[in-house]
Design a protein around this ligand. Structure first.
Ligand code: LLP
Length: 423
């Protein structure tokens, strides 16, 4: 039996395996909570993007914010990917992982001058600029350095991606991008500024999108703009259509990347834009289903209204349920014969919001190891040290090979930068 979204995680007899590795065995060696990623699953998720874009000038830029472990970045760099970054820190990670700065696009509404300098020094491919104010500062910084910043403006196409309000970004009320109506003026301003070279146009309408229609709507609006901008004498080289493709957490049925791209290309060609370079910025769809979070059951606490299954992973390890009420699948890594009962799977943190799953039917006993599924994206990258809990260790698996790609954080490290006051 394989698990939702990934054929690489499967039960053999009663035990959950990733490739040739029994997950429960990993926790004996490395402890819990433990993030485990499948290199094969990551590369398999990338393949349909690359295949659908073969023969076109294109770049798949992995969105670093979804999983920034340098071994994960290394995996995508070696597979030919570029990267979508949103901070100087992410740029440093990409470079440490052997990524190529000339394949990096720099997104985000609030880039600092220092980050702009770092990115210009490294020679990033493009800044995805989100406001006129940012454009002016970038022009100043680049001019001072005697450099030229290649830019594309992130335009807000005002389409509803039909996703959670916190992760929907393409509507007028969002803080993201330049409003559709102001785009041409902003492009004209960009073209007139020293130290700035307009190279493309960019949009990103949200995350965990499970339909193709919002992408096609956004594309139409972007192409309208491209035609108007070029009509105003400013050439546009590339189209960056962002990321956002959803994955299966439970019963979602998102389109494959190949189908999405096929339909986008059909529209691009039909409207006469087939010569343009295409950039995508996928995060979740490349790593989400490639990871699990393993956690040990500490105590069972049956109650009158609710049964609580208390595990050693918490909201600080995996924020998505607490923050978005997100559903993440949870299975026992060793299937039990006993009849399942209904549990709220909760962590040890002192907040009622600290839950990983509610009303889950599980046959479970203390000492069992549960796997929280589809935890490869926005899991570890959003982890915190709340309650002075060190962050989990991370492993990468391929076949029978296991690599420790991040050690468990020690308690000493948690307050090493703090200082006592000298009275
Ligand atoms: N490009 C830009 C400009 C973005 O803002 C994002 C994600 C991506 C690409 C990648 O999107 P993806 O392909 O991963 O959907 N923490 C939330 C998701 C936040 C997404 C933010 N932006 C979650 O756990 O659901």
């Amino acid at each position: 039996m394989t698990l939702p979204g990934s054929p690489f995680f499967a039960f053999k007899d009663q035990d959950l395996y990733l490739d040739d590795v029994r997950l429960r065995d990993l926790t004996q060696q490395y402890g819990t909570p433990l993030y485990v990623y499948s290199r094969k699953a990551m590369l398999a998720a990338l393949a349909p993007y690359q295949q659908a874009l073969a023969g076109r000038q294109h770049l798949v830029c992995f969105a670093v914010k979804s999983n920034s472990n340098i071994a994960v970045l290394q995996t995508f760099a070696q597979a030919g990917c570029g990267f979508d970054i949103v901070s100087g820190g992410e740029l440093a990670r990409v470079l440490a992982a052997g990524g190529d700065a000339s394949k990096v696009v720099f997104s985000g509404v609030g880039k600092t001058r220092a980050e702009m300098r770092l990115a210009l020094d490294a020679g990033v491919r493009c800044f995805n600029v989100e406001s006129t104010a940012e454009l002016e500062v970038l022009s100043q910084v680049a001019s001072e350095m005697g450099k030229t910043a290649r830019v594309s403006l992130r335009v807000n196409p005002d389409v509803d991606a039909g996703t959670h309000p916190y992760i929907s970004t393409g509507l007028k009320g969002n803080k993201f991008g330049v409003a559709h109506e102001q785009a041409i003026n902003t492009y004209q301003r960009a073209a007139s500024l020293p130290g700035i070279e307009v190279t493309g146009i960019d949009c990103h309408i949200g995350s965990q999108i499970t339909e193709i229609a919002p992408y096609l709507d956004a594309l139409d609006r972007v192409l309208d703009l491209v035609e108007a901008i070029e009509g105003a004498g400013i050439p546009i080289h590339h189209l960056d259509l962002g990321g956002g493709l959803g994955i299966t957490y439970t019963d979602e049925t998102p389109p494959g990347a190949d189908e999405l791209i096929k339909q986008l290309l059909a529209k691009i060609d039909a409207r006469g834009h087939g010569h343009r370079e295409l950039v995508f910025e996928p995060g979740r769809s490349l790593v989400g289903n490639a990871g699990v979070l393993l956690t040990e059951v500490m105590f069972l606490k049956p109650g009158e209204k609710k049964n609580f299954c208390i595990v050693d992973a918490a909201m600080n390890d995996l924020m998505r349920p607490a923050l978005y009420e997100a559903y993440m699948g949870i299975v026992n890594t060793r299937q039990r014969e006993d009849a399942p009962e209904v549990w709220d799977v909760v962590g040890p943190v002192c907040e009622s919001g600290d839950w990983l799953g509610r009303d889950r039917s599980l046959a479970v006993q203390p000492g069992d190891v549960l796997a929280v599924l589809s935890a490869g994206a926005y899991g570890m990258t959003m982890a915190s040290n709340y309650n002075t809990r060190g962050r989990a260790a991370e492993l990468m698996v391929d076949g029978n090979q296991v690599w420790l790609i991040r050690e468990r954080e020690s308690v000493d490290a948690l307050f090493a930068l703090e200082k006592l006051i000298k009275n």
